[in-house]
Design a protein around this ligand. Structure first.
Ligand code: PLP
Length: 382
């Protein structure tokens, strides 16, 4: 929601830009802090959703840890107030440099995806005279019922260790002198809106906790990953944190000394951001009218990449409603934010907000067509 005062200020700013509403970000962080108050819960913000330094500083101020997928993310997170001892490091393709730097920094845990990766971590740790804390990322074979590009926990996925390999994996890592197994990790996908998916994950986790107990392996870290979705049609509504945390608390049977770790990305930052753009041209098509705006897929790739829907609002026209195909200027037909979108009569110069752009917007921006990266405007700056 934008006040008329805010919209007036938007008129004077060069577009496109990401607008971050810090009240929304703070209230989301407060909600997560409150709902995750079960004892032993640790939240690690998934930095890849939005690594903007100011956003990271605000999130770290709530005492959350970070979930990173490269050394550069870890370095940025530490620079923005996250404690190395609360950073977890995921990814199927960690480089030797990433691993070395993360070991030197003293992170909480490497979330590992294969035995060869663990062997490399072990040998680098040996060289540095350290012991590497690791967790096994296990593929739980749960369909997240989300877009196939953001489904990560099914059979054909490149992510995670297969359960049928666990015996062999445990055998091979038990001989390693410089790694210590701290826990298990899961991440089944993103933009998950069916709570039943998380319930299935909880049961699968319980089966695995039984398996590890029966093999006398003690685990401290039970990391359920991220994935909680947001309602893109209702951008002013926060994610269902209460239901989510309740479900995890109710259904996972922890043993003594085990802690739940959670890695929310999108649900923390998605709703605080909007991509603000101006209409360049209105153009008649055969069956439609195009509203060509100055923001494109380079600034928010989700519609082009995942057929994702973001709510689009014309902030300056009070006119009666018409339908438009809202498109960007990039030389790709997929550079379309929405088809047959109902908007008040739209003209050149109108200000368009593409909502829920706080997650995977700025972080996935590119300079394709040699476009400038959008500026960033925070709500307390205007
Ligand atoms: C991307 C990712 C997350 C965050 O996912 P969201 O859907 O944004 O909550 C968490 N954990 C891992 C391992 C990830 O790759």
């Amino acid at each position: 929601m934008f006040t008329s005062d805010t919209v007036t200020k938007f008129r004077d700013l060069p577009t496109p830009f990401y607008y971050y509403d810090l009240d929304v970000l703070n209230s989301t962080c407060r909600k997560v802090a409150t709902e995750s108050k079960y004892s032993g819960y640790k939240v690690h913000y998934a930095v890849k959703a939005n690594p903007n330094p100011r956003i990271l500083q605000i999130i770290s101020s709530y005492g959350f840890g970070a979930d990173c997928v490269s050394w550069n993310e870890i370095e940025r997170a530490i620079g923005c107030g996250f404690k190395p001892s609360e950073i977890v490091f995921a990814g199927v393709g960690k480089t030797d440099m990433d691993i070395t730097m993360a070991l030197e920094a003293g992170i909480l845990c490497f979330n590992c995806e294969s035995v060869p990766e663990i062997e490399v971590i072990d040998s680098i740790a040996a060289r540095l005279g350290k012991s590497a804390p690791i967790a096994l990322r296990i593929n739980p074979y749960i369909d997240a019922f989300t877009h196939k590009y953001i489904t990560t926990g099914i059979e054909e996925s490149k992510f995670g260790i297969n359960t049928w390999e666990l015996d062999e994996v445990m055998k091979r890592i038990s001989g390693l002198g410089n790694t210590s197994l701290k826990g298990i990790h899961f991440h089944i996908g993103s933009q998950i809106t069916r709570m039943s998916v998380f319930k299935s994950l909880c049961s699968r986790i319980n089966e695995l906790l039984d398996w590890f107990s029966s093999h006398n392996v003690e685990l401290e870290i039970i990391n359920v990953g991220g994935g909680l979705g947001i309602d893109y049609e209702n951008p002013d509504v926060p994610a269902r944190f209460e239901d989510y945390f309740c479900m995890i608390n109710e259904f996972i049977n922890l043993r003594g000394g085990q802690n739940i770790h959670i890695e929310p990305g999108r649900s923390l930052v998605g709703q605080c951001g909007s991509l603000i753009s101006k209409v360049l041209f209105i153009k008649n098509g055969i069956n439609t009218v195009f509203a060509i705006i100055d923001a494109g897929m380079t600034d928010l790739i989700r519609p082009a990449l995942y057929q994702a829907h973001h709510r689009i609002e014309n902030l300056t026209s009070p006119g009666s409603l018409y339908r438009y195909d809202v498109v960007g200027p990039v030389c790709e037909s997929s550079d379309t934010f929405g088809k047959f979108i109902e908007l008040p009569e739209t003209r050149r110069g109108d200000i368009i907000a593409i909502r829920s752009a706080g997650a995977y917007g700025e972080s996935m921006a590119s300079r394709y067509n040699l476009r400038d990266l959008p500026k960033v405007v925070f709500s307390d700056e205007i």
